[in-house]
Design a binder for this molecule. Structure first.
Ligand code: JD8
Length: 393
């Protein structure tokens, strides 16, 4: 990848040499070019700004130096023939996030156009759209004095995603804001006790399954507390949200569960099914141990599903209690919930597992259609069957 920077403060990018991009450039994995915009201002004072048409405070950056700079940098920059991408960092741009970082990391040539003063003459952006892909990107909803800081931040977020940059690519999967979007779980290192504060016992247990479950639960708790917006529910086709269950849902969940498992009992001609015998307290208890999602229609809780990490390595996402109100079965709700619970599985999960009645033909058809495989080689509760599915990344 090639990165070019157009700025009236080239020294702002000296840190590039020190950081990851600098090391990458040294190893030839990255080409960096920092250019003083005044190089393309040809008057005695190398003027790059002028007063705004229409009046108002401050100065606006003149178009001519930018036009000449693009012509030079683009022609020099893109030897792959692939269109270059000009990134204008601006408070009026699209919000920068991990998804955009991942998208930009696929480009061959990024040119950062870093404005100052009150901004850049709009005709520069309009012109740029004719000669390159253009992304106007904002770092966040606060005002900086120029685009350089944002260009540095975008650079770090993009370059660290490039293959071979991060020593341990696996860690990229586990990060905040990576796909699945939970915040980081708390981390600890030696000493085991500091200032009278001990490291949580589970982290010293060696039980990788328990550790994975604790970390996921901590990530979910923090996200719900600090960034509930990241827990944005996915929605059904009709816009109905799939939201995280709350303790107050326990009663309705118990009622829906009883209704659904009466059908399972009839279908499998057996009553000894745990879900059928659970109490309200049992439901309240497992709500605290499973990631549970519910769907409400006109206020009525009509469907639910739960998931949690299982297995000695904590890498198996155990899916269960897919329930749809009897009067809504056959409407595709179960299929959508099955897709949703797979999608929200934490990065640690590498496969999915679920159980259903040995005689629950409709359920088994839905799971097989969703890519699950009947596993007669794995132990199942009495009268039930196991289905598993490897997780595609
Ligand atoms: C580029 C000039 C300053 C902005 C008058 C203050 C990004 N998230 C962000 N906040 N601010 C910027 C940003 C600010 C810039 C320029 C980016 C060029 N300014 C201007 C408009 C109000 N002054 C940014 N990315």
């Amino acid at each position: 990848m090639r990165l070019d920077y157009l700025t009236i403060f080239p020294d702002f990018f000296a840190p590039l040499e020190l950081s990851l991009p600098g090391k990458a450039a040294a190893s030839g994995l990255l080409d960096l070019g920092v250019h003083d915009l005044r190089r393309w201002a040809h008057d005695r004072h190398r003027t790059v700004d002028d007063t705004p048409y229409g009046g108002g405070a401050g100065m606006v950056m003149k178009p001519e130096p930018w036009g000449e700079a693009f012509a030079e940098v683009l022609s020099a920059g893109s030897d792959t023939g692939e269109r270059s991408t000009i990134v204008f960092t601006t408070p009026s741009g699209e919000r920068f996030d991990q998804r955009l970082a991942e998208e930009l990391s696929t480009r061959e040539h990024l040119v950062f156009a870093c404005g100052r003063y009150e901004g850049i003459d709009q005709r520069v952006i309009d012109h740029a759209r004719e000669i390159a892909e253009v992304r106007e990107i904002s770092l966040g909803d606060y005002v900086l004095n120029g685009g350089e800081v944002a260009a540095l931040a975008v650079t770090e977020a993009v370059v660290r995603l490039l293959p071979g940059f991060m020593g341990n690519a696996a860690s990229l999967v586990e990060e905040s804001h990576a796909e699945g979007g939970l915040l980081e779980y708390p981390v600890y290192t030696k000493p085991r006790s500091w200032e009278g504060r001990d490291v949580p016992d589970v982290l010293l247990s060696g039980d990788h399954g328990a550790i994975a479950r604790w970390r996921h639960a901590e990530a979910v708790r923090r996200t719900a507390e600090r960034r509930p917006d990241l827990l944005t529910p996915s929605v059904l086709d009709d816009g109905t949200p799939i939201v995280r269950a709350v303790p107050g849902d326990a009663g309705e969940l118990l009622t829906l569960q009883r209704a659904c498992w009466v059908q399972e009992a009839i279908a499998n001609d057996m009553l000894d099914i745990p879900a059928l015998h659970e109490s309200l307290d049992d439901v309240r208890a497992w709500l605290g141990e499973w990631d549970t999602y519910v769907v409400r229609r006109a206020g009525r809780l009509v469907a639910a599903v739960r998931g949690r990490l299982e297995g000695s390595a904590g890498d198996r996402w155990d899916i269960g209690r897919i329930m749809v109100a009897p009067d809504l079965q056959g409407s595709g709700l179960g299929r959508v919930l099955l897709e949703h619970i797979q999608a929200v599985a934490p990065p640690a999960a590498t496969s999915y597992v679920l159980f259903t009645g040995a005689a629950s033909a409709r359920n088994q058809r839905m799971y097989k259609k969703a890519g699950f495989r009947l596993r007669t080689d794995l132990p199942a509760p009495p009268g039930a069957v196991v289905l598993t599915k490897r997780r595609e990344r």
